[in-house]
Design a protein around this ligand. Structure first.
Ligand code: PEP
Ligand code: MG
Length: 542
């Protein structure tokens, strides 16, 4: 038996086979070849195979998601037949006497740079498509496996760390738990594990190796340990622990339908965070009073192109309708930093967390922002939707957002498209700047929601993704808690409400402190709703 130790992000036990997440190899080697004819033949064969794959994908998508959404695979097939594209690859092979992989990679870079430089937004968007089809050809050429996991049975997913675009591709029904070499408590793998209510251990370092793929393991999320090929005594002890955890979960179920109220009668609302409409089932199962954070960017991450107004409208409307009148706070897209989407064609940045992300993208690429706002205001007519904006640093940004909203509503009015006018709007308090001007911001919005994941990152200057910084990281740092208090006081001074939607909101050792600050709402992973309710109901503030 081998024992690995890391940091747990969710308390539970699971046992099963380890499956290492397979990622496509994107490093392309350049080497000289003699027989250019044979090399062109290799390219042509790979291209034809890629076209066959796209044809199959098109047919599957046609059945699953309809013609409009399947069309992208047809466009990709046509791209592979494009004469300029194929000639460029063949010319590079012949002129430079180099391998087909290199020629495909270089052509993809050249063509996507050319598309990106065009004036037309549609053509700019095609840069990602060229990259995408070329990746497909490269995968055939190099026999690389796709990153998408087709899971046959329930497994424990192992990886260095997963980015959001990878986690969304997983078949969640088949995931028992996560074990990661890197990652941090606020990384998106951790957030996903909590929202799924499954154990996850991060920061296992090199002790977790690919040689463990296929081995039986137990993940003990209470102790932060992974047992590879456990002995009998460990197996028995863990089975007992797993049974106890299940009993505790069942006990918590008794808190369903109970009020979120302290012993002295102080009320707080316990809401849940979601990433997509499929998570609503978990929200209702755990009896959250509403949705405090719908991370809308996951809609963008799931797509291979900008989601249309209609697609978004249906997603938001579905969530609002399923929540049947309960509040649903939808955050506008928070792309950038660790949430990268190819078709946004964002430049590589030195400091992505301090870079072009979230509201900064929305305010400069208003076409994308307006499409989302139109969908949101239209969907708001079907339920109790509030809208919130991420990464705000100034009052000017909020005023600009309000100006854009006004334009969007004028357009909808002119087009006679139904929408709800008086939608509650709020901002995320997740930058120290927003805390410092929260007195002024409170005058402009209806509510605040504290994003403690980013607020902690920016206040302590600790990258939330960097596991090496864990020793310096103190989730209960006074500076962060004082900032939350300051924002709460400023919100209340203007008669506005304030919630917490970052991971700290679920930290039950802080629940009493949050209640004392007068926090009005805590939005936590669905799996934590009843835990937090239990804690609230034990507290006596007097
Ligand atoms: C946060 O920063 O606390 C937050 C809730 O947003 P995200 O984790 O999606 O950045
Ligand atoms: Mg954030």
């Amino acid at each position: 038996m081998t024992v690995l130790e890391g940091k747990s992000v969710f308390n539970d036990v699971c046992m099963g086979t380890i499956s290492f997440y397979k990622r496509k190899e994107s490093v392309i080697k350049r080497y000289k070849i003699e027989d250019t004819e044979a090399e062109i033949g290799r390219f042509e064969e790979a291209r034809d195979e890629a076209k066959n794959q796209l044809k199959e994908l098109y047919e599957k998508a046609l059945e699953d998601v309809g013609e409009a959404n399947a069309a992208i695979f047809e466009i990709h097939q046509l791209m592979l037949e494009d004469l300029d594209y194929c000639e460029s690859i063949e010319n590079i092979i012949t002129a430079q006497k180099v391998n087909a992989e290199y020629a495909v990679g270089a052509t993809a870079d050249n063509f996507s740079a050319m598309f990106r430089a065009m004036d037309d937004a549609y053509m700019q968007g095609r840069a990602a498509d060229v990259k995408d089809v070329s990746e497909r050809v490269l995968k055939v050429l190099t026999n690389a496996e796709d990153g998408v996991q087709v899971l046959e049975e329930k497994v424990i997913i192992a990886a260095d760390d997963l980015v959001p675009s990878e986690t969304i591709q997983l078949d969640k029904e088949k995931v028992l738990g996560f074990i990661m070499q890197h990652g941090s408590a606020n990384s998106h793998t951790a957030i996903l594990a909590r929202s799924m209510g499954i154990p996850a251990i991060i920061g296992l370092g090199d002790s977790l190796s690919e040689s463990m793929d296929g081995k039986f393991a137990i993940v003990d999320g209470f102790a932060g340990k992974v047992y590879i090929e456990p002995d009998e005594a460990t197996m028995a002890a863990m089975q007992k622990k797993q049974k106890e955890a299940l009993e505790r979960k069942e006990l918590l179920q008794q808190l369903k339908d109970k009020e979120d109220i302290t012993l002295d009668g102080t009320k707080i609302k316990i809401f849940a965070n979601i990433g997509n409409s499929a998570d609503v089932g978990n929200v209702l199962k755990n009896d959250a009073r509403g949705i405090g954070l719908f991370r809308s960017e996951f809609l963008y991450l799931e797509n291979s192109d900008y989601p249309t107004e209609e697609q978004q409208f249906i997603a938001y409307k579905t969530v609002a309708e399923n929540m049947a009148g309960k509040k649903v706070i939808i955050r506008t897209l928070d792309i950038g930093a660790d949430k990268q989407v190819d078709y946004f064609n964002l430049d590589k940045e030195e400091n992505p967390a301090l870079g072009y992300r979230a509201i900064r993208i929305c305010l400069t690429r208003q076409d994308i922002f307006k499409t989302q706002l139109r969908a949101l205001y239209r969907a708001a007519a079907f339920g109790n939707i509030s809208i919130m904006f991420p990464m705000i640093i100034s009052v000017e940004e909020v005023l600009k957002v309000k100006e854009i909203i006004k334009e969007v509503l004028d357009e909808l009015r002119q087009e006679k498209i139904p929408f709800k006018e008086d939608v509650e709007i709020g901002i995320m308090i997740e930058t120290p700047a927003s805390v410092m001007v929260s007195d002024e911001l409170a005058k402009e919005v209806d509510f605040f929601s504290v994003g403690t994941n980013d607020l902690t990152q920016y206040t302590l200057a600790i990258d939330r993704q960097n596991q090496k910084l864990e020793p310096f990281y103190n989730a209960h740092h006074k500076a962060v808690l004082r900032m939350i208090k300051m924002a709460a006081d400023n919100a209340h001074a203007e008669g506005k409400w304030i919630g917490i939607c970052g991971e700290l909101g679920a930290d039950t050792t802080l629940t009493e402190e949050f209640l004392k600050m007068g926090i009005d709402e805590l939005s936590v992973s669905p799996s934590m709703v009843l835990e937090v309710r239990k804690r609230v109901r034990e507290i006596n503030l007097r």
